[in-house]
Design a protein around this ligand. Structure first.
Ligand SMILES: [Zn+2]
Length: 138
């Protein structure tokens, strides 16, 4: 494995400034996709069972905020792909969460993060703890 890393580093040293920027953009785009992909994988791992009663008699039930919703035929409750994740019950769009996580990675204060994401400072404080809880868990 260290040889692979060394080879990559050698190759990177031969890249032009433009190629390096292109690679950075590519890697960043890959990160942007991964959160949604992660949620989708998680939803599929559940085999689309109802989070309320565990029944698999679940049907698609339209989209809300770009997120697929599902309806349980047994208990008549609906849910989305985010059930059982830290985004469950969040009123905010996934893109706001992504911006907020980026603010945390960049080391921005709660107040500044709140301004950037257009959320209240108390929401920003709550989100920070929600995210940190998950980071500590893993
Ligand atoms: Zn159910």
């Amino acid at each position: 494995m260290p040889n692979v890393l060394k080879t990559i580093k050698d190759l990177l040293s031969h890249l032009s400034e433009d190629e390096r920027l292109e690679l950075q953009a590519y890697l960043k785009r890959d990160q942007d996709i991964s959160l949604e992909e992660l949620l989708r994988v998680k939803a599929n791992a559940h085999g689309l069972a109802c989070p309320e009663c565990g029944s698999t008699h679940v049907v698609r039930n339209g989209k809300r905020n770009g997120m697929q919703r599902y309806f349980c035929k047994r208990c008549k409750k609906s849910f989305n792909e985010l059930h059982d994740t830290f985004l469950q019950r969040s009123q905010k769009d996934l893109s706001v969460w992504k911006t907020y996580i980026q603010c945390m990675v960049d080391g921005k204060t709660i107040r500044n993060s709140a301004i950037i994401c257009d959320i209240s400072p108390s929401t920003a404080f709550y989100w920070r703890h929600k995210i940190l809880d998950i980071v500590y868990k893993y």
